[in-house]
Design a protein around this ligand. Structure first.
Ligand SMILES: Nc1ncnc2c1ncn2[C@@H]1O[C@H](COP(=O)(O)OP(=O)(O)OP(=O)(O)O)[C@@H](O)[C@H]1O
Ligand SMILES: [Mn+2]
Length: 556
């Protein structure tokens, strides 16, 4: 009797355990199902991991959409996307849990997305910070570099265009060219919406910056540079190294710099700064870094894979360039062009066998429309193997500079310091000149053009690049506060640069900056902050307070 009841109770314990185990499994299954499902519906075009990382060229459209995204992921547009994707997956995953798991495993980058969800996007958070959204002064008419002529002006000026500097006559000038083979028919009107991205970019240049980071045109511009058909390619004159000017069917142009050495090759220690090769990835990374520092003073640059046989050799009308093409012993198409440095058979630019990585920079308006002034940098190096420049010998050099126009008034000196900070972070020793738009006189930003010799070495820093800061002990408050922000773990400079560069089409081929270069950025940022600290210990007027007009709630 006792044995039977004991047998019964053992059976009910087993039954109970089986029930508990079953419900636990069920719970686990429900939990897994919900986690996997949310991992699959999270991707939006704002997330670079959403993009298959095997086809860099075709993925550029979504990646450049991500480019301009400064909005939080939880905006209404994404909310809508979330809903519709969820319902698709509800239908799809009516099958068993194991099927669902398999489906989930197949998805690329799920793990990365889940991490990202947990960690949020540092880049998006950075661009939402008040220091990146300072109220801008209302722009007056003469604060824009270019403007479209009114109908009346356009009619008056037929045949006498020289009268009107800085104005574009709209479509009439382009009509004749559109008859040429390959160009698009011009359908632009005075309405901004009808303008191709390159024209919107040029019309958006103001006295204070090259572009507005929040303008959606920026993404369209980089997308079009990365994907548009190449109609023409000629050598670009000016400067010392090989570069090409590409033309597109919508009349846009781009400045091409080719990959000349492996991305991770550190500059040879025995090469002078003025003998180093230029790097295509440095041009791309410099644009991203400048944007992350809140400067917006480098024309947008994007990476692209080009077929040098079909997209350059076969279409170029530049005889001097086409004569330099050859097939290497390894069967790769190569060319070397004509220029002062490294344009010889011994230093060819080669495809694999035809494909070459390049950087493409959006072109500034033609010099006839928007003339620029080139300024010799007071901290220019000697470009000699033996001589030192004056600033390298005289510790009080800045006292002289401070008294010399245009550095004796306005913001020119702190503009130079901004440029020195950018250059120190990326170790660019080649800033011999800088340019400004003539129209804006001395009250304007400095163009940070030509960054090809940056990011040459990661294992070493070059303190002399910071001379404008260490010798003048002056820095804009907004710059300093942004630098401090970028030194915090939640916005760490290396992390936001990595995330930003991941959005470039070439980021899918290999990281545009290797990890040692990224950590060098953090190390150098700490050095800049230490230099400011040292200045503050000796001087009281280190900070140029450009934030006063925005209220006094900023920390010191
Ligand atoms: N995005 C651009 N749009 C229009 N013009 C540009 C652009 N970038 C550069 N330039 C012009 O082309 C010239 C040459 O470009 P860059 O300085 O990059 O070439 P480089 O061969 O590296 O020159 P250098 O030998 O002087 O270092 C620049 O001085 C500048 O005036
Ligand atoms: Mn250069």
């Amino acid at each position: 009797m006792v044995r039977r009841s004991r047998g019964q109770s053992t059976r009910s314990i087993y039954l109970g355990l089986a029930c508990i185990s079953l419900s636990l499994h069920l719970l686990l299954a429900i939990f897994c199902f919900s986690v996997l499902q949310s991992a699959c519906v999270l991707p939006t075009p704002f997330s670079p991991a959403f993009v298959p990382r095997t086809d860099p060229v075709s993925h550029s459209s979504s990646s450049s959409a991500a480019f301009s995204s400064n909005k939080p992921p939880a905006n209404s547009q994404n909310g809508e996307r979330y809903k519709s994707n969820a319902s698709v997956h509800d239908q799809k995953w009516n099958g068993s849990i194991s099927e669902a798991t398999e489906e989930a495993k197949k998805l690329l980058g799920v793990e990365k997305l889940m991490k990202k969800e947990k960690g949020r996007s540092k880049l998006e958070e950075l661009f939402q910070h008040p220091l990146y959204n300072l109220p801008r002064p209302e722009l007056q008419e003469d604060d824009w570099l270019l403007r479209l002529k009114t109908d009346a002006e356009a009619e008056d000026s037929v045949g006498e265009d020289e009268d009107e500097e800085n104005s574009i006559t709209n479509d009439s000038e382009w009509q004749s060219a559109s008859e040429e083979d390959g160009y698009d028919k011009v359908t632009w009107t005075r309405d901004k919406e009808t303008h191709p991205p390159w024209l919107q970019f040029q019309l958006g240049i103001s006295r204070w910056e090259l572009y507005d980071r929040n303008n959606p045109n920026l993404a369209q511009l980089t997308h079009y540079l990365a994907t548009n058909r190449i109609l023409g390619a000629v050598q670009k004159t000016g400067g010392t190294q090989l570069k090409l000017l590409l033309s597109f069917p919508n009349y846009g142009q781009a400045l091409l710099k080719p990959m000349r050495q492996s991305r991770d090759a550190e500059t040879d220690v025995n090469l002078f700064y003025f003998s180093d090769f230029e790097r295509h990835n440095a041009e791309i990374a410099a644009f991203h870094l400048d944007r992350l520092l809140g400067f917006n003073r480098i024309p947008p640059v994007v990476g692209r894979l080009v077929n040098i046989t079909t997209e350059i050799r076969d279409i170029t009308a530049d005889r001097k360039l086409s004569r330099t093409f050859f097939t290497s012993p390894a069967g790769n198409t190569c060319f070397y062009g004509q220029c002062e440095y490294y344009c010889s058979t011994e230093n060819p630019v080669c495809g694999r066998p035809h494909v070459l990585e390049v950087s493409l920079a959006a072109m500034l308006p033609d010099l006839t429309l928007a003339p620029r002034r080139s300024w010799r940098s007071p901290w220019r190096r000697s470009y000699s193997r033996t001589k030192l420049a004056q600033w390298e010998k005289d510790p009080a050099y800045c006292d002289t500079v401070k008294q010399t126009p245009p550095y004796n008034s306005g913001t020119r000196l702190v503009d130079l310091v901004d440029m020195a900070v950018l250059d120190f972070l990326m170790s660019n020793m080649d800033r011999h000149h800088y340019e400004t738009f003539e129209k804006f006189g001395n009250e304007t930003f400095l163009l940070h053009l030509d960054n090809g010799r940056a990011f040459g070495r990661h294992s070493q820093d070059e303190p002399s690049i910071l001379a404008p800061l260490t010798q003048c002990c002056r820095i804009r408050r907004s710059t300093l506060l942004r630098l401090r922000l970028l030194s915090l773990p939640e916005f760490r400079l290396s992390d936001v640069v990595r995330e930003s560069l991941d959005l470039d089409p070439l980021g899918a081929v290999a990281p545009l900056l290797s990890e040692p270069h990224l950590s060098a950025l953090d190390r150098r940022l700490a050095a800049v902050l230490r230099a400011v600290q040292t200045c503050q210990e000796k001087h009281t007027d280190v900070i140029y307070d450009d934030l006063k007009k925005h209220g006094d709630h900023w920390p010191d």
